[in-house]
Design a binder for this molecule. Structure first.
Ligand code: PMV
Length: 323
């Protein structure tokens, strides 16, 4: 078999990865903790064969026509294929077809789902049978470090070279992440550029300090299925990451007025007794953490906000898997 197809979810970090201490080896300054997103998926087929003279990569983005990448656009993907070819001891070029069912480059971790699906499909097509730990470490090297968490089933913690399972995806079945899409445009600064400049912020050290207590608190909140602690800490983590982003050199502003509008509403609903909490990556779109029993009411309220384009309601789910 020199052909394989894999599907992989995006993930949402409650404790976010922001800052690379070794950019060559993709080693983060801090551990990060996430859940997978059941409805934000990338499906990728990789086919190695002697008949291909060059790597042919086609990406089918959400609501767009399939696009064949030129060599510059394909660079990160080809580098990941090269790592896999080297490991497997093969020289064949590949045909890659990848389809993502949600907006890319908009801060919903599309690169995490894309690189974890690519790494699993390509490694299997190349004849490798990697365990989760090895696959996670190899996925990390793709350049999208957070992708190493999408390999893991359910709640993942990434420390050092790979991610591991903190709790199964069935452990807290009531937990929901509603992705609130307010903007499908591309983000202004790549996360990779942000990771490189993160420590130029005077608040970077303070953030690292805060994480010493936040990481165990979030792990404990998952263990206790405690939405209040998880949500409060996830919000603080988002705010601290965006503070670092906005005060880095050069500064990164990824939130839009529509993002603030949603934040304001969520805070208001909470005061009225409706438990909902926000988390935002490097982009304008908002993740709302809540429980199943309040999902319909929150979705109804979100849809009434004029700036909201659409919602994607996610549960936790398994990580990258072969089809
Ligand atoms: O893994 P990257 O390089 O795409 O960076 C991810 C950055 C955040 O999404 C903002 C945080 C995270 O941990 O997912």
């Amino acid at each position: 078999m020199n052909k394989a197809t894999a599907v992989s979810p995006a993930n949402l970090a409650f404790v976010k990865f922001w800052g690379l201490k070794d950019a060559g080896k993709i080693l983060a300054f801090n551990p990060s903790i996430s859940m997978n997103l059941s409805k934000c998926l990338t499906k990728t087929t990789v086919y190695f064969d002697s008949k291909f003279k060059t790597d042919e990569i086609t990406l089918h983005y959400f609501q767009k026509k399939p696009k064949k990448l030129n060599s510059q656009e394909a660079e990160k993907i080809v580098k990941q294929l090269d790592r896999i070819r080297k490991l497997a001891g093969i020289k064949y070029k590949a045909q890659v077809y990848s389809q993502t069912n949600f907006p890319s480059q908009a801060g919903i971790a599309a690169s995490a789902s894309a690189f974890s699906a690519l790494t699993l499909a390509a490694s299997r097509a190349a004849g490798l049978k990697l365990g989760k730990k090895e696959l996670s470490g190899l996925t990390r090297l793709s350049g999208s470090g957070s992708a190493c968490r999408s390999v893991i089933d359910g709640f993942a913690i990434w420390q050092n070279k790979d991610a591991s399972e903190l709790a199964s995806y069935t452990y807290w079945p009531e937990l929901r992440d509603i992705v609130v899409v307010v903007d499908t445009g591309e983000k202004t600064t790549s996360s990779f550029a942000g990771h490189l400049s993160a420590c130029t912020s005077p608040y970077f050290k303070a953030r690292q300090q805060e994480l010493k207590s936040r990481i165990p608190q979030i792990a404990e909140a998952i263990k206790n299925k405690d939405l209040k602690i998880l949500g409060e800490q996830a919000e603080l983590d988002t705010l601290s990451m965006h503070l670092v982003m906005m005060t880095s050199k050069p500064p990164i502003f990824s939130l839009k007025p529509s993002s603030w509008q949603v934040i304001e509403e969520v805070r208001k609903w909470r005061q009225q007794g409706l438990p909902a909490y926000f988390s935002i990556d490097n982009g304008p779109n908002i993740h709302i953490l809540c429980e199943q029993k309040n999902q319909a009411e929150i979705a109804k309220k979100l849809k009434k906000i004029p700036q909201v384009l659409f919602l994607i309601v996610n549960k936790n789910c398994p990580g990258a898997r072969l089809l």
